[in-house]
Design a binder for this molecule. Structure first.
Ligand SMILES: *Cc1c(COP(=O)(O)O)cnc(C)c1O
Length: 344
């Protein structure tokens, strides 16, 4: 009963290998969360094929799955915190440290773990304030320093900010390897940063790598059942009455897959808001437009999606699909759990 992610393997892999070609900066593939729709073990295997020496994971909990399919180094993006306990036992793991107090605690645990020091950027998520960097100098003897990390915002060009922070970091903490781990720079900007700072730049990339060529990917739900419904007849959990003749299509893809459970989107203008209501919102009668397409058109939900399938309403003048057919479905890859991947 699958919701399937179809991958044009040759096209997708061509995009991946073009993306990781050196442009003055090395690419560190990111595998985290739902694995951008592919699953983390698929991404780990692809990173191996790409010849990556390091994969960045989101959390410590994700390490076991990813470390099976990828044998290189593993950078954990979520900063280490004291409640995670000793950290020096896995040689392949590089920890992100974002507070001076955490570095002190980690040093006390011993074992000289590998660490990246995250410097606070205008993103203001995690990071040591650049003005506090002096206090880490004497602690670095207790760890293996692997570089500074900069997590930059998505909006705007932050190459100058990265260069400024890197210059401050390397002039405050001298005599360490000049290595920068950055996020959300274009590879050209990362190359420029490398040239301007004389640092080895490692670009951590998820979306632009795995989802950068959408044309290589298609999400489709398999039609499981089709029912003709006459005007006035009831259907569904809610026993809604059909207002005209048509058909109810039962298709794979429900709330358990993340269908119709969009993450909050950064809608800012009134026009965008109106467009988003039109696209995913409710009709006056309480019906919602589904992400499924039949005959090239997005169709209405017959009722809110179920756990693993959805009921779609098709007007009587539209030829319904047959069980076994697949319907195109718009998904947000980072919130979708596919049943299977089909490599084409
Ligand atoms: C998730 C994450 C990335 C990858 O983000 P994308 O937008 O998917 O490329 C990079 N850096 C950090 C610190 C992250 O948490």
């Amino acid at each position: 009963m699958p919701l399937t992610l179809h991958i044009d393997a040759a096209r997708w892999r061509e995009h991946l290998s073009r993306f990781v070609e050196p442009d003055g900066a090395a690419v560190v593939p990111v595998a985290k969360g739902n694995g951008y729709g592919f699953g983390n073990s698929t991404l780990a295997a692809e990173a191996t094929k790409l010849g990556a020496d390091t994969v960045a994971v989101g959390t410590y909990e994700e390490l076991p799955e990813i470390s099976q399919a990828f044998r290189g180094d593993l950078l954990v993006l979520t900063p280490w915190r004291p409640w995670l306990g000793g950290a020096g036992d896995d040689e392949r793991v590089i920890h992100t440290i974002s507070r001076v107090a955490d570095l002190q605690t980690l040093v006390q645990h011993g074992g000289r773990p590998r660490v990246v020091l995250e410097v606070l950027t205008s993103m203001r998520r995690h990071g040591i304030d650049p003005g506090q960097l002096e206090t880490v100098i004497e602690l670095l003897a207790g760890v293996r320093f692997e570089g500074f990390a900069l997590h930059l915002p998505l909006a705007g060009d932050h190459t100058d900010e990265a260069r400024r922070l890197a210059t401050t970091a390397f002039s405050t903490v001298e005599g360490v390897p000049r290595r920068l781990w950055v996020s959300h720079l274009t590879s050209a900007a990362a190359g420029e940063l490398a040239a301007k700072t004389g640092a080895e730049v490692r670009l951590r990339v998820g979306s632009a790598l795995w989802l950068g060529d959408r044309g290589a990917l298609a999400a489709r739900g398999t039609v499981i059942d089709v029912h003709q419904v006459r005007r006035g007849e009831r259907y569904g959990y809610r026993q809604r009455r059909a207002r005209r003749n048509g058909s109810v299509i039962v298709v794979a893809g429900g709330t358990a897959h993340g269908i119709a459970m969009e993450a909050p989107s950064p809608v800012v203008t009134a026009r965008q808001r109106a467009a988003s209501i039109a696209k995913g919102g409710l009709e006056a009668t309480g019906r919602a437009l589904s992400p499924f397409h039949v005959g090239g058109k997005q169709r209405w939900f017959a009722e809110p999606p179920h756990m693993q399938c959805s009921m779609i309403w098709l007007p009587g003048d539209v030829t319904p699909p047959a069980p076994g057919d697949e319907l195109d479905v718009d998904v947000r890859f980072t919130t979708t759990a596919f049943d299977r991947i089909s490599w084409g």
